[in-house]
Design a protein around this ligand. Structure first.
Ligand code: ADP
Ligand code: MG
Length: 622
């Protein structure tokens, strides 16, 4: 219109759009799920507001929390509309073009190195996928806060700029957003109802609002027969008169037949495309593996059909009732441990009585389990309170406690069902287990560090977490071992669990600290990550066995010769050494039985840092 203001896209956004509009990517289908997902987010927002203020839902059509899709074959336009929270003029300017989200440049970079466009939603730029199929897009919106009745129109053909104008042309739409996609020539297939139905089924099955398509339908209609011969009519009437004397039933039949006929006609009506019964409300026994996988994909915005590693779907009863589904993702995100302590991420959605509340509730899971995905829906938590009040609700503590328990159970089962993670005789050899081969090693590889951080941070569950630890040892080869397996192999008379820390296995293998332990056939754990040092500071013992760093003072092996006699005979030598090294920060010089071939070695004190820890601390302060 005449009041149009022009805006340049922010540079990264512009680059992104150029990539998308020129993309030869063949899965252009994804635009629909991105738009539906945005509509669903907007509906979640207005529904959340309505919990504390019923008025916001408005009246008439505005109260319908649903998503509507319409096709205009003639003009080649698809429109998607929601009655969600809507966007103000400022929102349109900021959200759709001038303020780049943090994921924008990361995504552009990915695309330039052959990344998968399918993952666009994970980077927070899903909206722009519309330019896979459209070369001109209109967004018409009215925000809930706009009390005057003004619609704003955002429009762009992806050519570095967009315009915003007051929309006077479009008929009044009420609250919410309508997105009109003017299709590229080659995108005609998206004007087929069957195509859109298929896409909704495939990608948007778990959206919690009804998705309607303005769909055609063949119906039978009775139409009056048009009479072209009046004489016939008269004859029929005569007939009727005659028959009426025989009885009324017969009269009826004959009266209908000649006057109407049935024809096929195409009518249009709203057809609901999704089943809004939430998966987590169903009985776990009745949900198939495929359904869980699809549900996981929709939560993870991960549509490459990778299965989650594990899931747990349960119903908690008691003081606080809730239903939950938890997933171990197929992969760890690359930035999982970046800014671990300050990160606000959460992959867990909180619902109260089926109403989406937030996916930013850090109170539901401890940091070390933030890698889990899923949702919690509670009937016990209050609905009509602010987010801040809810965050302080005591019920959350109960939920958290149960979620942790269930999560750790789920991970333990991953290990138990994996024949590769167990000694042969512990697992019955069945076909089913073959699928599970190696799954725990895979889990460990992706999320092992989380288990370790858990040991440091979660005193209550430390022992449960310690059971999940895996590591290599002097005897394990490249296979991973658990503490339980280590203990089952301990030599008779061995009291402590032996370990050594360092930065790589080859180096550790050569350590003089291992010489004698090897000769005597003791098994020693290799801890190779910096976090292991912290783990060992918190995990003092396991199943009544203490941990002993073999490079530290206090290593006790079974006696095999007379200590005292040897000590006495070397008394002068140790005394001389001690005096000579006094200025070198050496506390003591002693005779020990920890070495075999190396004549002497420097050992760190029992309560101090190991040499490895010194190195870690130094590298951190640099
Ligand atoms: P994301 O959904 O991950 O935030 P998108 O690129 O899909 O990223 O959307 C960008 C932003 O545009 C959204 O965060 C939202 O603020 C706004 N938006 C998009 N579609 C709608 C809509 N239908 N209703 C309200 N706001 C919307
Ligand atoms: Mg989105």
């Amino acid at each position: 219109g005449s009041n149009a203001e022009k805006f340049e896209f922010q540079a990264e956004v512009s680059r992104l759009m150029t990539i998308i509009i020129n993309s030869l990517y063949n899965n252009k289908d994804i635009f629909l799920r991105e738009l539906i997902s945005n509509a669903s987010d907007a509906l979640d927002k207005i529904r959340f507001l309505s919990l504390t203020d019923k008025e916001v839902l408005g009246e008439g059509d505005d109260t319908k929390l649903e998503i509507q899709i319409k096709l205009d074959k003639k003009n080649k336009v698809i429109s998607i509309r929601d009655r969600g929270i809507g966007m103000t003029k400022e929102d349109l300017i900021k959200n759709l073009g001038t303020i780049a989200k943090s994921g924008t440049s990361a995504f552009v970079e990915k695309m330039q190195t052959g990344g998968d466009l399918n993952l666009i939603g994970q980077f927070g730029v899903g909206f722009y996928s519309v330019y896979l199929i459209a070369d001109y897009v209109e967004v018409i919106s009215k925000h809930n806060d706009d009390k005057q009745y003004v619609l704003y129109l955002w429009e762009s053909n992806a050519d570095r700029a967009f315009t915003i104008s007051e929309d006077t042309y479009n008929e009044p739409l009420g609250r919410g957003t309508e997105i009109r996609l003017h299709l590229k020539k080659e995108a005609g297939e998206y004007l087929e109802e069957s195509k859109l139905k298929e896409l909704v089924k495939k990608y948007s099955e778990f959206i919690n609002f009804p998705i309607y398509l303005w769909a055609s339908k063949e119906v039978d209609v009775e139409v009056p027969v048009e009479d072209d011969d009046s004489t016939n009519d008269e004859v029929e009437d005569e007939d009727e008169d005659k028959q009426s004397t025989y009885g009324e039933e017969k009269e009826d039949e004959d009266e209908e037949k000649p006057r109407t006929k049935t024809i096929k006609e195409t009518i249009y009506e709203w057809e609901c495309l999704n089943d809004v019964k939430a998966i987590w409300l169903r009985s776990p026994k009745k949900v198939t593996e495929e359904e869980y996988t699809k549900f996981y994909s929709s939560l993870a915005k991960n549509f490459d059909e990778e299965k989650p590693m594990a899931w747990s779907h349960f119903n908690a009863e008691g003081d606080v009732e809730f239903k939950a589904v938890l997933f171990v993702p197929s992969k760890a995100p690359t930035d999982l441990y970046e800014n671990y302590h300050t990160a606000n991420r959460s992959n867990l959605k909180l619902y109260v009585r089926r109403v989406f509340i937030s996916d930013e509730f850090k109170e539901l899971l401890p940091k070390y389990l933030m890698f889990l995905m899923g949702l919690v829906d509670s009937d016990t938590l209050p609905l009509n309170v602010s987010r801040e009040m809810l965050q302080q609700h005591d019920g959350l503590k109960t939920i958290k406690k149960k979620l942790i328990r269930k999560a750790l159970d789920m991970i333990r089962k991953l290990a138990e069902q994996d024949p590769d993670d167990n000694d042969k005789n512990e697992v019955e050899e069945s076909k089913k287990n073959d699928e599970k081969r190696g799954q725990y090693a895979k889990f460990w590889n992706e999320f092992g560090k989380s288990v370790k951080l858990g040991i440091v941070q979660d005193a209550t569950n430390r022992n449960r977490l310690a059971k999940l630890l895996r590591f290599e040892t002097t005897k394990s080869g490249s296979k991973l071992t658990s503490l339980d397996q280590y203990i089952s192999r301990m030599k008779s008379g061995q009291k402590d669990i032996f370990y050594i820390t360092g930065s790589n296995k080859q180096q550790l293998e050569k350590s003089p600290f291992l010489e004698r332990l090897r000769k005597k056939n003791y098994e020693v754990i290799f801890f190779k990550e910096p976090v292991d040092e912290y783990v060992m500071q918190y995990l003092m013992e396991y199943e009544g066995k203490k941990f002993q760093n073999v490079s530290k003072e206090g290593l006790k092996l079974a006696q095999e010769f007379d200590d005292k006699e040897i000590k006495d005979s070397f008394k002068e030598l140790t005394k001389w050494w001690k005096e000579t090294l006094a200025s070198e920060n050496v506390d003591d010089v002693t005779i020990s039985n920890r070495l075999a071939d190396t004549p002497c070695v420097v050992v760190t004190s029992k309560y101090g840092w190991s040499a490895n820890m010194e190195m870690i601390m130094q590298s951190q302060t640099l």
